[in-house]
Write a protein that binds this ligand. Structure first.
Ligand code: ATP
Length: 458
């Protein structure tokens, strides 16, 4: 761990290589590309959809399926504008913005060291001879829109900049209908929108993205303990899904970084090609949110314990992750190249549970009944695991394609299959091939999917 902790950036792969692979294999495309692109949003293609779906699925699994104290929610993106007054976003969800009057670019005042000015040779803003920077001013990141046919001040609404507020405003509903008592949590996955001053680094920072947030409501005296517990749980989630521990770290915020409501925030950071950067934030938010919404809405947002007669406003511990950022980290951590029998191969060493396709079924050649047989095997597997059938091109080429989309197992139907109903089962990482009877294939794959997995890049 210490060896990686000293490093400033992940030098195993560049962001350009990740972008190129994602485009080449249909994971992720720049959005509106035929119109020159929007620059700040991305479209997910087939394998990207499946990969991100698996990331979100694993989050739901950890939050809901494997626990009994958290329930799900899917709240609206458009909410009453008072929500954002109460939450403090209208007044305070701002970044410091600096304009350069000379090159006309805009920068985040607190990210100047990562920015380059518009003049060549490119320097940091303010360091070139022609740079003319303005004073920093506050820029609100919320996207404004209008609800209904009349566009006036009364119809202004905002696209949510986080999913969390949708949870707080449903606290009462969940308390009543889910019959929960603190400690209990409400989890939500959904789109959020932020008019970021500068975007970039592929899907790391975009203006439209998906968040995975959980608000854990606890008795006030227990918040500090649960805050520590959730940092550990969330870190374990990433490592169990294959991220190498040496490429992860927890960074507690300094006092001057903390939001006004937070008595503690820690970021889980990953060593990206752009350096250590936030994957997820875990915050001890105290009772700020429920108190604010109670005040602004006039509703009582508290917990009454009928047995003890105790009444209190629960405190909140929040793990807030980004589905796109997590997907990017899994892609970066998985990317590998190696030479096999004199040929270079690129392989995504994804945790099998995250891999878009679990098994590829390939006839060795497109004749002698092999395609028909392989199709039969594929049909028998597809109901159990995500499978893909491919008969186009040489077997080597088809394997390379599957390696690049991270498919952990390949099944080949060959001459021997036609005689004894066995197939070869190839492992993406070790390249080991074993013969397995078709009849036992689905069980074998199901069993392999359940096994703990570690990155062979460790
Ligand atoms: P940053 O400091 O990177 O702007 P943040 O601290 O504002 O992030 P939070 O408000 O804590 O982020 O949001 C929780 C998570 O949502 C982040 O850890 C990140 O994974 C994700 N996220 C936030 N903003 C973006 C964005 N513009 N694009 C993609 N993911 C984002």
């Amino acid at each position: 761990m210490s060896e990686t902790a000293d490093r400033e950036r992940n030098e195993e792969v560049t962001m350009d290589e990740i972008v190129a692979l994602c485009k080449r294999r249909g994971f992720i495309f720049p959005s509106s590309e035929i119109y020159g692109g929007l620059g700040s949003t991305y479209d997910y293609g087939h394998y990207g959809v499946l990969l991100k779906q698996n990331v979100k699925g694993e989050w739901w699994r950890a939050m809901l399926q494997e626990r009994d104290d958290i329930v799900a929610l899917d709240s609206a993106i458009l909410q009453h504008p008072r929500v954002w007054e109460a939450s403090g976003h209208l007044a305070g969800f701002t970044d410091p913005l600096i304009d350069c009057k000379s090159c006309k670019l805009r920068f985040r005042a607190d990210h100047l060291e990562d920015a380059s000015c518009g003049h060549k040779p490119s320097k940091r803003p303010g360091e070139g001879p022609d740079c003319e920077l303005t004073e920093a001013r506050r820029f609100n990141l919320m996207f404004e829109t209008h609800v209904g046919p009349v566009q006036d001040d009364a119809s202004v609404a905002y696209l949510r900049p986080e999913t969390a507020q949708g949870i707080f405003i449903n606290f009462k509903n969940v308390l009543q209908f889910a019959r929960r008592k603190p400690p209990f949590g409400i989890a939500q996955i959904g789109k959020s929108f932020r008019n970021e001053i500068t975007t970039g680094n592929f899907i790391f920072r975009t203006r439209e993205f998906e968040q995975m947030e959980m608000e854990y409501f606890v008795p006030p005296g227990e918040a500090a303990r649960f805050y520590e517990e959730w940092i550990g749980l969330r870190l374990d989630w990433y490592t169990a899904l294959g991220l190498r521990p040496g490429f992860l770290r927890v960074r507690p915020h300094d006092a001057d970084e903390l939001s006004h409501y937070s008595s503690g925030t820690s970021d889980i950071e990953y060593l990206f090609p752009i350096g250590w950067s936030e994957l997820e934030g875990i915050a001890n938010r105290g009772d700020f949110d429920l108190r604010q919404h109670a005040e602004y809405s006039g509703e009582k947002l508290e917990y009454f314990d009928q047995q003890s007669g105790e009444r209190y406003v629960p405190h909140v511990v929040e793990p807030a992750a980004g589905a796109d950022r997590a997907t990017l980290a899994f892609l970066v951590d998985a990317y590998d190249t190696e030479e096999v029998e004199g040929r270079q191969r690129t392989v995504l060493r994804l945790h099998p549970r995250l891999a878009p396709i679990k098994v590829a079924v390939l006839p060795l050649v497109s004749k002698e009944g092999m395609p028909e047989k392989a199709r039969e095997v594929f049909e028998s597997l597809r109901h159990r695991v995500w499978a893909e059938y491919d008969e186009g091109g040489s077997i080597g080429k088809r394997y390379r394609r599957q390696d690049e989309i991270g498919t952990p197992w390949g099944v080949t139907v060959d001459g021997q299959t036609m005689e004894d109903d066995t197939v070869t089962l190839r492992d993406r990482d070790s390249l080991e091939q074993i013969r397995v009877p078709i009849a036992g294939l689905a069980e074998e794959l199901a069993e392999r999917l359940e096994r703990p997995w570690q990155s062979p890049k460790r």
